[in-house]
Design a protein around this ligand. Structure first.
Ligand SMILES: Cc1ncc(C[n+]2csc(CCOP(=O)(O)OP(=O)(O)O)c2C)c(N)n1
Ligand SMILES: [Mg+2]
Length: 197
């Protein structure tokens, strides 16, 4: 295929081999076939060790970082559901998980508004586990009406709301590109009263 008629993915990604299938079983089949056949497999171990060492270093920093505070209050099997904004990067890079599927995030399309609904689903599936949604004020306000459902279903979850009265991430990108600070700030309701209501 050529020119603009190519599907979006093949405009920027050039796979040597494509495998289409359900992710879990596909990875298992691939892993079985690759076992012992990767020439540089040990490099992955060093890569993993490097990532874990960096996460451990972040734990010792003096400055405030949101993932440290949350890690301290979450049990190992607690489930964190992230919305999308600046704070998400701290969690995506530095929140150490010990149990599979305890950090739910959407790193690709990064859809704002997904944090609360995904926390609600996690709470419905695992009612006895601690569940927390971490949302920016912008993302939270995109879907905050779902609180009605959460209350009606008596879902057991906590929302950590990071309030800067702004679309912080985009404001930051605007600033690094030296654009005028335009259109990225907004007012918020009184969140405590909103939750009580
Ligand atoms: C539905 C949707 N619209 C727009 C964007 C682009 N976007 C990414 S982060 C962001 C700002 C997020 O603001 P907020 O939730 O308040 O988090 P903050 O960055 O301020 O911490 C925007 C507009 C997006 N990812 N998803
Ligand atoms: Mg914000």
């Amino acid at each position: 295929m050529s020119g603009t008629s190519r599907p979006l993915s093949s405009r920027s990604i050039f796979p040597q081999a494509e495998v289409i299938g359900d992710l879990g079983p596909t990875l298992k089949l691939l892993a079985d076939r690759l076992e012992g056949r990767l020439p540089n497999a040990k490099a992955l171990i060093y890569l993993r060790q490097g990532i874990l060492a960096r996460i451990a270093d972040r734990e010792l920093e003096a400055r405030f970082t949101p993932q440290r505070i949350v890690r301290a209050v979450m049990p190992t099997d607690g489930i964190l559901a992230l919305d999308n904004g600046m704070y998400k990067i701290w969690f995506a890079r530095n929140y150490r998980t010990h149990v599979a599927n305890t950090l739910l995030l959407d790193n690709a399309l990064a859809t704002m508004g997904a944090g609360l609904p995904s926390a609600m689903m996690a709470s419905m599936l695992y009612p006895t586990r601690r569940v927390m949604a971490v949302c920016g004020d912008g993302g939270f306000m995109m879907n905050s009406q779902e609180l009605e459902t959460a209350v009606r279903l008596r879902l057991n979850l906590v929302i950590l709301l990071i309030k800067d009265d702004a679309y912080g991430m985009i404001r930051w990108k605007q600033a690094i590109d030296r654009f005028t600070d335009f259109g990225m700030t907004f007012g918020n309701p009184d969140f405590v009263k909103y939750a009580e209501a």
